[in-house]
Design a protein around this ligand. Structure first.
Ligand code: GRF
Length: 205
């Protein structure tokens, strides 16, 4: 019997270029999974339109319409369970996940960060590395745990910063690498090709 495809929910708050890239790879059959939901905390996110273009269900909830973060996330978990989501893929989701949401999807939430963690955590990682004068930065795909930009690292790759690079040029280089690394990690993830041992992620290729 054919194995059912894993059902992904992609979360983004803004532009959604990583989401679009993942959706394209899924459509082409390069990632054997289904994007069963696109979720945003921002109804005006340009990524919402991208979801519609791919005919992916797009749902946005504004946290400000809920009396607390717990109640907002309870509703998010309900929506995810209703759609039988297996894996949550964060792709520029600008909100820190609370413990209930993380507990509801143990080792089933991944994130992409535009730096070599644990360096340059936070929302402005590319600019921070650039302004720091780092000669190397990169991209990290990692599991999400209760601490920000912290869970076990799945894949990580470096980008050199040349003294001649503008911030804009560096951003382009980092995003280009993201578009390669995230699909690669998701492919391994949906194929169940790794195991977490402590902080280490062991990959079977
Ligand atoms: C990416 O740089 C990602 O690493 C970070 O947020 C950014 C999202 O960009 N977490 P986009 O919305 O995918 O274009």
């Amino acid at each position: 019997m054919k194995k059912a495809l894993k059902r992904l929910a992609v979360f983004a708050s803004g532009r959604g270029s990583n989401f679009e890239n993942i959706a394209r790879q899924v459509k082409k059959g390069k990632i054997r999974a289904e994007i069963a939901l696109f979720f945003s905390d921002n109804p005006d996110a340009p990524a919402m339109e991208k979801a519609k273009k791919f005919r992916i269900e797009a749902l946005a909830l504004s946290p400000k319409n809920y009396s607390s973060k717990e109640i907002f996330e309870k509703e998010v978990v309900r929506i995810l369970n209703e759609r039988r989501i297996d894996i949550i893929v964060l792709a520029g989701y600008m909100r820190i996940l609370g413990p209930d949401l993380i507990r509801a999807f143990p080792q089933r939430i991944v994130n992409i960060h535009p730096a070599l963690l644990p360096a340059f955590k936070g929302a402005h990682a590319i600019r921070d590395a650039y302004e720091y004068g780092a000669q190397v930065t990169g991209v990290t795909v990692h599991y999400v745990d209760a601490q920000v930009d912290h869970g076990p690292i799945i894949l990580q790759k470096e980008v050199k910063i040349s003294p001649k690079d503008s911030l804009d040029a560096l951003e382009k280089k980092v995003h280009k690498l993201e578009y390669k690394l995230y699909p690669r990690a998701i492919k391994l993830l949906v194929a169940g090709k790794f195991k977490i041992v402590g902080r280490k992620v062991l990959i079977f290729r």
